[in-house]
Design a protein around this ligand. Sequence first.
Ligand code: CMX
Length: 446
Amino acid sequence: MILKEKLSAQIPAWRERVKKLLAESGNVKVGEVTISQVYGGMRDVKSLVTDISYVDPEEGIRLRGFTIPEVLEKLPKLPGAEMPLVGGLYYLLLVGEVPTLQEALEVEEEWKRRSDVPTYVYETLKAMPPNAMPMTLFSQAILAMQTTSIFTRKYDEGMKKDEQWIWMLEDSLNLTARLPAVAAYIYNLKHRGGQIPQPRSDLDYGANFASMMGVDDPLYAELMRLYFIIHSDHESGNVSAHATHMVGSTLADIYYATSAGMNGLAGPLHGRANQEALSWLLNAYEKIGHVLSPEELRRYAWETLASGQVIPGYGHAVLRKTDPRFTAQLEFGRKHFPEDPIFKLASMVYDVVPQVLVEQGKAKNPWPNVDAISGALQQHFGVSDADEHGGYGFYTVLFGVSRALGVSANAVWARALHQPLERPKSLTTRMLEDVAAKAGEKAKEV
Ligand code: CMX
């Protein structure tokens, strides 16, 4: 298998590189940690490592060194397609090189071979009450598939440490191959009578997903290729990536680890923001009855802030500029359906809301993130049925299908490089007060 061959060729040199760095420079300091960081969600504490992606606060994400526009330009596409193959993206994340079209297609073929979802997974989801949140079903499906983990079976048989990555790769390919059908089933269960989706082996990852969703428009396949590529990875410190990594560091398999990550993605400050961004736009639209004027939108944004809510899809823990993943989606909408009223509204929010957030003066970053506009694009294709909670819970599932690509690629490399059990140290408030008092005394002496 191409991915196994390419990784086998690279891993020994990477292991030597890390070993040398640790042996020669293990005691060199990377940074210092302040009390505000200890109390403040570890913001910007440099304590994780990944070579798969890096988020620069000003520039945004680079996947294996490539910006989002570069990724979209360089990754191979099917003849006549606008957006690259998702298989090429997975190759890039794992191998670190831009694949040829043939190599990207080989990954797509691997996925097709592995895409069967065990029937009991569908039955498990069907047995859940109708008010189960889509993300609950998604995480549950992933956990239910743990019974198929080869990694855990090999562990039980006494697998060698150097081979852990091989079985993590097997599991990761199986998991990522099945997730589009799992997601489409969750949508069907919630909104379309619960039929089991029929994957099409003549279609690529994005187009097959579009087909399982029952959206005929070929543009939706292009959107989903774009969507699955841009949501895949955002370095290691975001909650879904970090939770997956932390659970995986116990040698739990990819199903346990990804399910944990998805539970984090379900939170409103993370992936759930993509549902809330559409609700926020639709509320505005329905309230006023037409696409708002900038002045009306400004008032609506201030009302949201005055009621103590955040404006979903705006702000970020690391980014300090417009998220290039937002821009890629904005450009897609501008090119293909600039007159869609909800898309128009989402574009106008971009013109108005950053200034409102600046005036409010709280958010460190007033600019949009990836979640601000993704729902507006989905609703254009009719993927906009509200669930029992009156929200668009399925959108975070879409994010989850893509994020599984990033976290699983990281999990393969974590096992390849023998990354150890994660175990940071906690202190008590009294200890921090003592540290603060000592620092105060020292400052007086000086
Ligand atoms: N609307 C209103 N207030 C906001 C805001 C927004 N979009 N973004 C930040 N703020 C507020 C924070 O709530 C915080 O207020 P308090 O001091 O009262 O607690 C203050 O500004 C400072 O926050 P920050 O340091 O700028 O942001 P954080 O790193 O703490 O949080 C994030 C980052 C994304 C959670 C935050 O910007 C937010 O809540 N945004 C809206 C939700 C959202 O879009 N989340 C998705 C992020 C992308 C993803 O993970 O999918």
